[in-house]
Design a binder for this molecule. Structure first.
Ligand code: AMP
Length: 399
């Protein structure tokens, strides 16, 4: 049973006004929604509540209007796309509080879906201002949060409302929390984490948390160079944060103390230019020429990573193993991702991935659908991997 309240804990909601925090922060191109994934993700919760006869009132932010109305950050621009995804015509109110919102809510029929204007058009939203939260709460009987991606922020519509109304996790929030629980909360061991990407500096908290939690930490991508250099190996012109050598050493020491194996590259694919199909070769990690850059981990490293994936029961992944956007430096990321997907399909592995470029890398490898769960939540996913408390999740906990 979930440790937090979900829609399963809600009964008799016909006629109730349910304020649902959703993530509708969709990308736009030429005034149209260019990717409807986020709308698709929240559709199940909206439709379930509507079918049960609730008056579904959607709260969302859109862009960064910094507390005042901005025309091209109006949620009215996405109403058509929401209608298309839901297969229902939704209503729209030009403010999320005040008489516009109250009038729109009072004219709703059971099962209607109403989208309120961008919550960030008011300064109170991001300040989690008590008065603004009270204004929002006036339009609801129940609060459902389905926006995990905004749960790392203590805003009025993500955290504050839960102190005014009975609060529940929506279906997308529930799926995300269950996947994260399986990935790091209470994982089946052995557990492997793969962390790649460009820089150590953005992932120090993440690495420090992981070494305490997993049996093996694989470090790949540009950030591995900082660890290699900290061991006294010359990485040539590779991306490397030399000033973080001591940090890298401390993380390796913490790993040793916690009995967490660290897998670092033993070979690398090097080139002299950062561009697609640049002339390249594979060398041992201690043989990177002074004028070359390591742009991917080599095949021997992939073998070592695969060996760990092969014996792991749980995998958490953030960040590519190389510069995956340019061929052939996507090779290791694609190979490891395909192997993890194969193990997952075989029922041998629970695989959870997310954060930044990870989703793009797994899509590039064509395996995002084969992973147990791929989080599109970005910042919230990373903070969760860092072991931080997410305010929007805390308030949904039972008891
Ligand atoms: P991050 O946002 O920190 O996960 O970093 C992702 C970026 O790291 C991607 O754009 C990759 O191209 C880049 N990256 C991964 N490996 C390397 C590498 N060896 N050298 C330079 N960039 C890399």
């Amino acid at each position: 049973m979930a440790a937090f309240k979900t829609l399963d804990d809600l009964s008799d909601i016909a006629g109730k006004r349910v304020l649902v925090r959703v993530d509708l922060n969709v990308p736009m191109a030429d005034g149209k929604v260019s990717d409807k994934t986020r709308i698709e993700r929240v559709a199940p919760t909206i439709l379930e509540l509507s079918k049960k006869g609730a008056k579904v009132i959607l709260l969302a932010h859109f862009g960064r209007p910094k507390g005042e109305p901005v025309a091209d950050m109006s949620l009215s621009l996405i109403v058509t796309a929401v209608n298309e995804v839901l297969g229902e015509k939704i209503l729209f109110a030009s403010d999320c509080i005040g008489t516009d919102a109250a009038d729109a809510v009072s004219s709703m029929q059971n099962g209607d879906i109403l989208l309120l204007e961008n919550t960030r058009f008011h300064k109170g939203e991001e300040k989690n201002d008590a008065l603004f939260t009270e204004e929002l709460a006036k339009n609801g009987d129940i609060f459902v949060n389905d926006a995990f991606s905004a749960a790392h922020r203590a805003h009025s519509s993500t955290e504050g409302l839960a102190h005014h109304l009975p609060a529940y996790a929506g279906r997308t929030m529930q799926a995300e929390l269950e996947a994260l629980q399986a990935g790091l909360g209470n994982p089946v061991r052995p557990t492997v984490a793969i962390v790649g990407g460009a820089k150590v500096s953005t992932k120090i908290d993440l690495l420090q948390n992981l070494v305490k939690k997993v049996d093996c930490l694989v470090i790949g991508g540009g950030m591995a160079n900082t660890f290699i250099a900290a061991k006294g190996i010359d990485v040539g012109k590779s991306l490397c944060e030399h000033d973080l050598g001591e940090t890298a050493k401390a993380i390796m020491a913490e790993a040793e103390a916690a009995n967490c194996a660290i897998v670092l590259p033993v070979d690398a694919v090097i080139a002299r230019e950062f561009k697609a199909n640049a002339e390249n070769e594979t060398v041992a990690i201690d043989a990177i020429p002074a004028d070359a850059m390591a742009l991917d981990v080599g095949p021997k490293t992939v073998e070592a990573i695969s060996e760990w994936i092969g014996k792991a029961k749980t995998l958490v992944w953030n960040g590519p193993l190389g510069a995956f956007e340019i061929a052939p430096f996507d090779t290791a990321t694609v190979a490891a991702a395909k192997f993890a997907a194969e193990r997952t399909r075989a029922g041998a592995l629970t695989s959870v991935a997310g954060g930044g470029d990870t989703v793009a890398a797994l899509n590039h490898a064509g395996v995002a659908d084969d992973f147990t769960y791929v989080s599109t939540a970005g910042g919230a996913f990373l903070e969760w991997m860092e072991g931080k408390v997410l305010p929007g999740v805390e308030v949904l906990k039972k008891g």
